[in-house]
Design a protein around this ligand. Sequence first.
Ligand code: UD1
Length: 421
Amino acid sequence: MERLIIKGGNHLQGEIDCSGAKNAGLPILASTILLDGSALIGNLPHLQDITTKLELLNSMGSQINFHEDGYIAINSSNILLPEARYELVKTMRASILVMGPLVAKYGKAKISQPGGCDIGTRPIDFHLSGLEKMGAEIKSDSKYIYLKAKKLNPIDFSFPKVSVTGTENLMMAATLIEGTTTLRNCAKEPEVLELANYLNNCGAKISGAGESEIIVQGVKKLEASRWNVLFDRIEAGTYLVAGAITNGHVKVNKINPETINIVSEKLMNMGVEVNIGSDFVEVDATSSDLKAQDIFTEPFPGFPTDMQAQFMTLNTIASGTCMIEETVFENRFQHVSQLRKMGADITLNKNKASVSGVSNLVGANVRASDLRASASLVLAGLVGKNKTEINDIYHIDRGYECIEEKLNKLGAEIIREPVVY
Ligand code: UD1
């Protein structure tokens, strides 16, 4: 076990490069199950979740080779054991992304029940009802879901609620189903579009990805290809907030600014100067007086739930009061109790939080409860008086590549140390 110790109060200055997006890399890795031959995937971030996904593929029989130039070769053409074990699914729900590809390519899958998690119940009923409609026979017990299909059929399916991995799972399955599948009320997240672009590069016929209606014309086979994973808009947004909260001046390079338009707009509305280039976003908050801004989370292109916790921290020291409403997940306010320990003035009422700005936060001993909550605590530590100690940081390592290295490069003082009991 490790913890982060942050000495707060430094104004961050400088520029950093954004890493590849975990949420784009994970479905692309799962999609290799659909492919013939060896895929060559680059710009994958060095994150625990990516390692877990590679372990999962490897446990099923994929051959994985790390190249010196940073690319990873993955050959999932000969899956021997189409099974996602509990030990791997429990640490990463996105393991369920192998379900659609396994049933489409091998006609069977055994997937551990993902269960709930800290941010909500997170059922997978849309994934299952879509696959069932495609013709998969589904059985389950308390531990596993078993799927079996002789032949899948194309479907016309409307998601009851927008689901990112749900869209990805059904879209992947449909690529190898003869005929035309229409998916409606799909997630429009850039990572869904990225997956479709990769699969099309391998010979799939997917149109409409990035919009609400996706049409997939099934093909007989897909050939593995080389691809560089898109950059991480949530990581970029988090570092921009780090610049803003410390009255700093930070430039995040290697991103597609369009994917974080709403984050840039919010920062501007809070009084931060934002400069948007073709592949960078820069914030200058050196002379900003932060003003509270309401936040309402929604599927893309709305404000991302994955940035809610970070903007809550930013609002804790902005002047005025704002309302933060979480509409995507039912229990995504675990950071509130920890931010309160640091002096934040937050009142919770179900999925709404009222945040009144205080003049400063004070360092405390806090615990990370989930990935984005842990990022919000790092941000609080950057601005909190004295020292902040963040425990259970394995959450943060699931989604942020070398977070303390990147922030220290900008002038933060963060050390990582083992926890000795
Ligand atoms: C993905 C992202 C996660 C992000 C989330 C919302 C990945 C690997 N993870 O998670 O970082 O926070 O999108 O942007 O890409 N739902 C159901 N039934 C289903 C599926 C979803 O009721 O079968 C509900 C969920 O409980 C939630 C909502 O739909 O309330 C959206 O969830 P979803 O988009 O599926 O989240 P993930 O794909 O798990």
